[in-house]
Design a protein around this ligand. Structure first.
Ligand code: UDP
Ligand code: MG
Length: 139
């Protein structure tokens, strides 16, 4: 299904390693327009809510620790077929399985510290964008 917007986070490992510029360049060079963007840091409560779907998983505690340990870049991206095309651009959750040239293949260290988030559906893209940019006119 065609869609226009997705939501991304450049995660703490990507920011710590100085990859903000390179990753944003790859995103915009791939045809995504940045609709909203901010450098921010999630609290534990934020991360628990954002990843609530994973709360019973064994990695949940580590995921919350990781996502809150430093700044992230949160952004809303626009492109035809944005959700699916962005998931293709970032590659598989585990960088060991990610295709050559994908953001996770290039910049992720492990399945846990995998550099970037991408929404998995139009519905979640809208929920996640509102979570990070609530109150903005566009949402
Ligand atoms: N994650 C992890 N261990 C796993 C699976 C996932 O630490 O075995 C982390 C990883 O940071 C991942 C996030 O939890 O990006 C959300 O998992 P999901 O399965 O939704 O992967 P994604 O949609 O990010 O590819
Ligand atoms: Mg996911």
């Amino acid at each position: 299904m065609a869609t226009n917007r997705t939501f991304t986070m450049l995660k703490p490992d990507a920011v710590e390693k100085g990859h903000i510029g390179a990753i944003l360049e790859k995103i915009t060079a791939s045809g995504f327009r940045i609709v909203a963007m901010k450098l921010t840091q999630m609290t534990a409560a934020d991360a628990k809510e954002f990843y609530a779907i994973h709360k019973e998983r064994p990695f949940f505690g580590e995921l919350v620790e990781y996502m809150t340990r430093g700044p992230i870049v949160a952004a809303v991206l626009e492109k035809d077929n944005a959700v699916e095309d962005f998931r293709t651009l970032i590659g598989a959750t585990n960088p060991a399985d990610a295709a050559e040239g994908t953001i996770r293949k290039l910049y992720a260290a492990s399945i846990g510290e995998n550099a970037v988030h991408g929404s998995d559906s139009d519905e979640n893209a809208a929920i996640e964008s509102a979570f990070h940019f609530a109150g903005r006119e566009m949402f």
